[in-house]
Design a protein around this ligand. Structure first.
Ligand code: AMP
Length: 536
């Protein structure tokens, strides 16, 4: 059945029709054609519907397995919103996401089954479980859990066609860090995603011989670009695991990669190692970066290494669907519009508008710094079950121009450059990026303060030992506090990237004129070395 408008998976479906025998996925030497993936997704979609006829939200738990890739498609084919979980997160975190999203079915790969048992234990309204590459219900699974293993899945009759959905229905739901200690649910509709994909299809004109990286975990929305841009072009997705990411340039060469997409940190590291040799990445046609500030010096060197590629800096929050501004690096002209050593974030995507507003919501004069607000087809509706946070995240009405009147407040400080593009200046708040991961330091603080002995906690992003690397540090106060215990406890509830690398102990925190902790003063004491870290 035809849907009313383009969906997240429409491009994949078109490739199934046009290039069924092309390789769609290449994973550690194994390959799947478009026909293969489509067949798997139709069968698994039937399995997802076995216990719940039309599941609203389906979670996918796994890492770099066919289950995670075909599973994403299967969720969409079942007519559900896909909620990626992350095997690297502690069970408590995944469980919280499962509960918050009201998940009815979980699809998991064999590598995640162990965690799944702990995740489901005692969970109210236990979801059904589909394990397409697991042969037996594992020990430790809650008694009475509704589980389909490999043999059960194989008896499911594949859906003839994906379940029909509307463009305004949810395509995927991701959780981002929340200041209050609770992650914020961001649901992106098919219409949001399709608008993003259409803009990129027009911009890049990828072809069936393109080979795409997948450097991001599926809990990071940039991975949606990898999956659905490659599948929409009839090209091949070639995911990288942690080992490949340590030697990314070899991976590009060994796998004939034509489209590179990662956070800038990956390139910064290669730049620092001195391995970005001119013309050493001849297969690349596109070098795309997103997710954090891209240093101009790194862009320059990467461009020389991948001299046959076009290098771009994409920008965007999860709430505005993956990326909504972009700058094309030009070695001749771009250096003039670099702000604070970083590449400009460019200008808005088609269907999107940007404005730089002051605290009152009035546009600032060109060249002044203000908050970047974005409006248009890619902007989400609002946070999951959080009307207050949603209200705070939007300005309505001012400025009154733009494709729609709702302006999403990004919290990013920008200013317009002489070329009319936007230059990235920093953040309005204490949100930070660690290797591209978005972290509200307030969320880590809230988790620390839940611990009995922790009386005060401030989490700061500070320069790490390696040049250009930012790390988290926690400054703590509390009688009888043992930093080892604090660290261990934190790891039980937060993803690894949110765990401070170092801790400092302090009896009395400096206060500012408002009586609040003076984070600036504290930061200075940490960075200067006056406050010594506690050895872990
Ligand atoms: P996320 O929702 O995880 O994609 O994070 C969005 C945030 O990442 C933005 O609000 C920015 O703070 C930051 N960000 C994303 N892309 C860029 C970029 N190209 N330059 C600077 N910051 C960026």
């Amino acid at each position: 059945m035809q849907s009313a408008g383009p969906l997240l998976h429409s491009g994949f479906r078109a490739s199934v029709r046009h290039v069924p025998e092309n390789t769609a996925l290449s994973l550690r030497g194994r390959t799947w054609t478009y026909r293969d993936l489509d067949g798997i997704a139709r069968r698994w979609a039937a399995a997802l519907a076995r216990h719940t006829p039309r599941p609203k939200r389906v979670a996918v738990l796994g890492h770099r397995s066919v289950v995670t890739y075909a599973g994403f498609l299967a969720g969409l084919y079942a007519g559900a919103t896909v909620v990626p979980l992350n095997k690297k997160y502690p069970a408590a975190r995944n469980r919280e996401l499962l509960e918050r999203a009201g998940i009815e079915v979980v699809l998991a790969d064999a590598g995640s089954v162990k965690q799944l048992g702990a995740l489901l234990d005692g969970l109210a309204g236990a979801p059904a479980v589909v394990l397409p590459d697991t042969d037996e219900v594992p020990a430790g699974f809650p008694v009475g859990a509704r589980v389909l293993t490999r043999a059960d899945v194989e008896t499911c009759v594949p859906l003839a066609e994906p379940v029909e959905v509307a463009p305004e229905d949810g395509a995927y739901l991701l959780f981002t860090s929340g200041t209050t200690g609770r992650p914020k649910g961001v649901q992106i509709s098919h219409a949001n995603a399709a608008s993003f994909l259409a803009a990129n299809t027009e911009r890049y004109g990828f072809a069936a011989d393109d080979r795409f990286t997948n450097t991001f975990d599926q809990t990071f929305d940039l991975s949606v670009f990898d999956l659905f841009m490659s599948w929409g072009s009839g090209g091949c997705l070639v995911p990288m695991d942690a080992f490949d990411l340590m030697k990314p340039l070899d991976f590009v060469r060994d796998n004939g990669i034509t489209v590179w997409f990662s956070v800038p940190s990956v390139a910064v590291l290669q730049h620092r190692k001195g391995v970005l040799v001119p013309d050493s990445l001849p297969s690349l046609r596109w070098s795309l970066f997103c997710g954090e500030a891209l240093p101009a010096a790194t862009a320059q060197v990467w461009q020389e290494a991948a001299s046959g590629s076009v290098l771009e800096n994409l920008y965007g929050p999860t709430e505005a669907t993956i990326a909504c501004l972009v700058h094309r690096w030009d070695p001749e002209t771009s250096p003039a519009s670099v702000v604070n050593g970083v590449v400009p974030i460019g200008s808005p995507y088609p269907g999107m508008a940007a404005a730089v507003l002051d605290e009152d919501g009035s546009p600032v004069p060109d060249g002044d710094t203000g908050e970047l607000c974005v409006s248009g087809r890619q902007v989400f509706e609002g946070y999951l079950d959080a009307p207050e946070q949603t209200a705070e995240a939007f300005r309505t009405g001012s400025p009154s121009s733009g494709p729609d009147r709702r302006w999403y407040r990004t919290g990013d400080l920008v200013r317009r450059t002489d070329s009319g593009e936007y230059g990235y200046v920093g953040r309005l708040d204490t949100q930070v990026k660690i290797l591209g991961h978005r972290i509200e330091t307030g969320e880590v603080e809230a988790h620390l303060l839940r611990q009995e002995r922790v009386e005060q906690a401030v989490v700061l992003a500070v320069p790490g030992e390696e040049e250009g690397v930012t790390v988290l540090t926690g400054v703590l106060a509390g009688a009888g506090l043992d930093v080892h215990d604090v660290d261990e406890e934190l790891r039980r509830t937060l993803p690894p990237y949110m765990i401070p690398l170092t801790y400092h102990l302090l009896d009395v925190f400096p206060l500012n004129d408002n009586g609040k902790v003076d984070r600036k003063a504290l930061r200075l004491r940490v960075v200067s070395g006056e406050l010594e870290p506690v050895l872990l």
